[in-house]
Each structure stands twice: as structure tokens, then as C-alpha cells.
Design a protein around this ligand. Structure first.
Ligand code: ATP
Length: 454
């Protein structure tokens, strides 16, 4: 068994790092009642989200049902599996049944059509606790996200990971040099699964690990795009660049964008101009590769983008900031924005019984003006989240404040309600037992509300 599985944390206390997230999760579970929101655990892969959910269930003696494969994500299947289990008592006699929805940021794919809506319905009606897991909270459909309490898992820093790796070496009887431990902890970038895999991979056939063994293991494994771009800009040899380009997982059309981002950082205009000219030639070859389905052309494209850029960059002394191309980030933001817009238009279409397209083309400006005059009423009526309101009133910051204020008011109202139930009980006790002398506070009138309409 590989070590990532062998050392999967069994109890919450075994989870490395993320103390406050684990605490938040435990508090949620301890106080759980059926009107409590489900939890959305999010964060990058390999940092313990799934393990934490299982460990929580084990610590509390809860049963766990996991739904993760996309073929289980059709509306009917979700309703059948999670819907029924969420409202019936556990057969095994466990106190509760924890429903785990992994890959919650992947509910809208082809096989999942209807998934997000089904999950939103289940969440609203479930009488059992639910944990959703996602890498990116914003990838989760807004109608689901806003029903959840969000708990962020963060990448585990190398200084917390190193002692953990040392412990594993000790229990495996493996000697590992401090420098090797440090390198593994840092190379993992917070991903504990990847650190364990690297340690396990390097340990095969050895009882001692030195930093040089690690290099050998890393060389055997795939090189990262970071190595490839750094080596290209530092002007490494043609052979080395071609070898690295075969090892990276990224396809040439992704690599070309990374190089473009790095080449654009040259101070000298001629380097930028020559580099970008070469990239545009490489891009032509890539286009032809796809159009003609003739993959031999990839080689020309790779050679031109890598060897060409290395020639242009050699001797520049540039140490580029290696970051994913800004265009991807902008595309991600645009995609997110589009999702918010679509969910808003669908909500309006449903509320006013007007087709979504008509809303988009004819009514959005009008509704936006009305919403601007009375945003909180609009939120109440249409059940909007901060992103949707921000889009409607064209002001993200104001929308955030309004939603926060409304959540606060809702909490206060909840407390007031609980208080008035208590007062009623005390009043009843007083009537039954007049000798008791407690004063009954006056009941406040309910908040006024007006209708939002157009
Ligand atoms: N915080 C942690 N403490 C201890 N071990 C961990 C932790 N995070 C990850 N691991 C190790 O990595 C393995 C994978 O972790 P897990 O499946 O919980 O990650 P994840 O965040 O849910 O990742 P993914 O998003 O890919 O599902 C575990 O079996 C465990 O060995």
C-alpha cells in the first residue's frame, strides 16, 4: 500500500496543520441540528479535506456516505441516494449519517446536468449533515455555495510538513537526511499527498535517502513547467529543453502561453520583439497541427518556441516571475462572471415568469435600476447572493456590505425569536406559579416589510 493511503489520518487529531479549519468543522458537527447549513470544505488537492471529513465521522461515531463519481451525479441518482439517506434514520444505529459530496465544483458537466439544482434541493431538505468538497469554492454553483458554511483548507507550510515526514521515516525505519526532508517538504508546495508519494517513491529499494537520491527520483518523475520556462529563459542547451518539454504534462499550446508571459518580461525591446515573433511562428505550426491533425508539426512548434526563445533570451540575465499566464486568470474571471450572470438571469426568469433571454435582452437594465433603489428588498424577494447582487447593482463592495448586514439582521431576528419563546415559557410558569417574581420583558413589534415589484 502506498504511504499516502497507509498514513491517511484516522482521527481529526491526526490532521497535520489547518488547526482552525479542523476546529471550525468540529464545532459545526458538535452543534449540528437539521437547520444548520452544510459545510463546503475547499482548498487545493492533497491537503486533507476528504481525510478530515472521514476523520470527523469516525470521531463522532457517524456513518458516512460518499457520492463522488460523476455517473452518480444525475438528478435522479442524487435524489435517490442522498435524498433518501438524508431523511431516513441510519440502519446501523449510528448517531447520524454524514453525506459527503466530493468534487462539488464539478456538478455542471454533461453527465451532471440538473446536479446543482438537485443538490440545492437536498441541502434545503436534508435532515442529516452534509459536507461538500471542492478545490475552488467559486467553481461550486452559486445556488449551492450560498447554502453552505465555507471552511477553507490551506496548503500546509513546509515547516509543519517536515516534522510529519520525519515521523513517517522513523516509523518506516528509513533514514532520511535533513536536507532531503527539507527539499521534499518544500517541493510539495503544501500538498501532503505529493510529499508522501515522493518520499515513498524515493524510498523504494533504499533504507537511506540523501538529497542526491531525491534528484534522481525527481529526474525520473515529470519535470514541472516551472523548470522548463526557467531553463528556456536562462538559455539552456537545445537537448535539455527538448527533453524537459517531453517530461512536462502541459501541452505545447499551454507551454507557449507560459513562455509568452516570461518573454514579455524582457527589458530590451529587441528581445521582446524577436521572442514574440518566434512565438507567433510557433503558434502558426500549432494551429496547423490541430487543423490537419498532423502531430509531427508539434515538434517544429516546440523547437521554435523553446530553442528560439532560449536563443533570444540567452545572456539577458532575466529571472522572470514564473506565474500562470495572466490571460488564464482573466479567462477564469470572465467564466466566473458569466456563471454569476447566468444564474442571476435564471433566477429573474423564474421569479417573473419571463424567458431568460428576454430578461437578458430587455429587462436587466430596468430590474437593475429598481434593485439599486431597494437592494435588500430585492435580495429577500429573489434570494440573491453577494455576487448576483453585485452584478445587478454594479457595485460589488456595496453588495457585500448589504448581504453582510442582512445576515446579521437575520441572526438577530433568530435570537429575538428564541428570546420571545423563552419569555412565553416564563410567563406560563408565572401563571401556573404566581409566587414566582420574574419580570416579563415587552415584546418588540416585528420589522416592517414592503413588496419589491416592477
Ligand atoms: N492535513 C493532512 N494531514 C495528514 N495527512 C494528510 C493531510 N492532507 C493530506 N494527507 C495525506 O494525503 C492523502 C490525501 O489526502 P486527502 O484525500 O484528504 O486530500 P484532499 O485535500 O481531499 O485532496 P483531493 O482534493 O485531491 O481529494 C491522505 O491519505 C494523507 O495520507
Amino acid at each position: 500500500m502506498d504511504w499516502a493511503e497507509k498514513y491517511r489520518p484516522q482521527r481529526l487529531a491526526d490532521i497535520v496543520g489547518n488547526t482552525s479549519a479542523v476546529h471550525q468543522l468540529l464545532e459545526w458537527a458538535k452543534d449540528w441540528t437539521s437547520d444548520r447549513k452544510p459545510v463546503l470544505l475547499y482548498g487545493k488537492p492533497g491537503i486533507g479535506k476528504t481525510s478530515a471529513a472521514y476523520a470527523l465521522a469516525r470521531d463522532l461515531g457517524w456513518e458516512i456516505i460518499e457520492l463522488n463519481a460523476s455517473d452518480q451525479r444525475t438528478k435522479g441518482a442524487i435524489e435517490r441516494i442522498a435524498g433518501s439517506s438524508s431523511v431516513t434514520a441510519s440502519l446501523s444505529g449510528a448517531l447520524r449519517r454524514l453525506i459527503l459530496l466530493d468534487e462539488a465544483d464539478n456538478l455542471e458537466g454533461n453527465a451532471d446536468r440538473g446536479g446543482a439544482k438537485a443538490i440545492a434541493d437536498i441541502i434545503r431538505h436534508s435532515r442529516q449533515p452534509i459536507i461538500l468538497i471542492a478545490n475552488d469554492a467559486y467553481g461550486v454553483a452559486p445556488e449551492v455555495r450560498k447554502l453552505c458554511e465555507q471552511v477553507q483548507f490551506r496548503a500546509v507550510p513546509a515547516r509543519s510538513l517536515a516534522p510529519y515526514l520525519r515521523g513517517i521515516c522513523a516509523s518506516e525505519g528509513l533514514q532520511c537526511d535533513e536536507e532531503a526532508i527539507r527539499m521534499i517538504a518544500e517541493d510539495a508546495h503544501g500538498d501532503i499527498r505529493s510529499a508522501l508519494n515522493m518520499l515513498f517513491g524515493t524510498s523504494i529499494g533504499r533504507d537511506h535517502i540523501a538529497p542526491s537520491d531525491l534528484h534522481a527520483y525527481q529526474k525520473d518523475s515529470r519535470s514541472s513547467i516551472f523548470d522548463l520556462i526557467a531553463k528556456t529563459i536562462s538559455g539552456s542547451s537545445d537537448d535539455q529543453l527538448i527533453r524537459l518539454s517531453r517530461e512536462v504534462e502541459d501541452t505545447p499550446d499551454a507551454v507557449i502561453q507560459w513562455i509568452e508571459a516570461a518573454i514579455s518580461q524582457h527589458r530590451e525591446g529587441w528581445r521582446r520583439a524577436s521572442g514574440l515573433t518566434l512565438l507567433s511562428r510557433a503558434d502558426l505550426y500549432l494551429g496547423r497541427t490541430f487543423r490537419r491533425q498532423y502531430y509531427t508539426l508539434w515538434r517544429y512548434a516546440s523547437a521554435m518556441m523553446l530553442i528560439g526563445s532560449a536563443t533570444v533570451s540567452s545572456g539577458s540575465g532575466l529571472r522572470p516571475r514564473l506565474a500562470p499566464p495572466g490571460r488564464w486568470q482573466r479567462m477564469g474571471q470572465a467564466r466566473r462572471q458569466k456563471q454569476v450572470r447566468l444564474s442571476l438571469e435564471n433566477r429573474l426568469a423564474e421569479a417573473y415568469h419571463i424567458p431568460q433571454r428576454t430578461i437578458s435582452e430587455e429587462y436587466l437594465t430596468l430590474i437593475s435600476r429598481i434593485a439599486d433603489d431597494n437592494p435588500s428588498q430585492c435580495v429577500r424577494l429573489l434570494n440573491l447572493d453577494a455576487d448576483q447582487l453585485g452584478l445587478l447593482i454594479h457595485d460589488k463592495v456595496r453588495a457585500g456590505k448589504i448581504i453582510k448586514e442582512m445576515e446579521k439582521q437575520a441572526k438577530d431576528e433568530e435570537k429575538r425569536k428564541k428570546g420571545s419563546i423563552k419569555v412565553k415559557e416564563e410567563k406560563k410558569t408565572l401563571e401556573e406559579n404566581p409566587s414566582s417574581e420574574r419580570k416579563v420583558p415587552e415584546k418588540k413589534p416585528p420589522a416592517q416589510s414592503t413588496l419589491f415589484s416592477f
